[in-house]
Ligand binder design. Structure first.
Ligand code: GRF
Length: 190
């Protein structure tokens, strides 16, 4: 049986696309039942529509508070029997409501070797520090900022002074590592 997942994204959605393409190639036994974005109009919406995947665009500020916003998300997810939440560039801390509804079932990818450089612009932080090796981390989500238990990591050499090329390497690794890690997780949980 294929695993039912929802992808949460706030931006471009290249990781969403990589996951969907891995599914299409038969490398990941899952179905993206739903894409959720907290940024209506984000490019991930166009990408999801191109694959005919339902998208929900929900601006948190239209809810009374975070708990009300997340309660709505939980309802949408449960209606579709979603088993796992996959964060892919979702630029928001996950709160208690979602965490308790999906305990150990929310995964994130972050463009650094955690615990180094959590939070925003991890690639910029790494380059500003002058590190020679950075990378990608897939981890469980908890209430902190990129603090959950690490599941997998991969390293990337920094190309000195060339953020664009470094970023390209990181994204390429993200796309491969995320789908591989998800497949392992889903197999282990069955
Ligand atoms: C990725 O670098 C991911 O690690 C981070 O946000 C970025 C999202 O990129 N959490 P995209 O929207 O998947 O292209």
């Amino acid at each position: 049986m294929s695993t039912k997942i929802a992808v949460f994204a706030s931006g471009s959605g290249s990781n969403f696309q990589a996951i969907q393409e891995a599914i299409s190639r038969g490398e990941l036994n899952a179905t993206i039942e739903l894409v959720i974005t907290d940024k209506p109009g984000a490019y991930v919406v166009t990408r999801a529509q191109n694959y005919g995947i339902p998208v929900v665009e929900l601006a948190p500020k239209t809810f009374a508070d975070k708990a009300a916003y997340e309660a709505k998300l939980v309802k949408l997810l449960k209606e579709r029997e979603i088993e796992w939440i996959i964060l892919a560039g979702y630029m928001r801390l996950v709160g208690e409501t979602l965490l308790s509804a999906y305990e150990h079932r929310i995964i994130n990818i972050h463009p650094s070797l955690l615990p180094s450089f959590p939070g925003k612009d991890a690639i910029g932080q790494a380059m500003a520090h002058g590190v020679k090796v950075t990378g990608v981390t897939v981890h469980y989500v908890d209430a902190g900022m990129d603090t959950g238990k690490i599941i997998s990591q991969g390293a990337v050499d920094v190309i000195d002074g060339d953020r664009g090329a470094t970023e390209e390497r990181i994204h390429k690794l993200e796309h491969a590592l995320y789908t591989r890690t998800l497949q392992q997780l889903f197999n282990a949980k069955k």
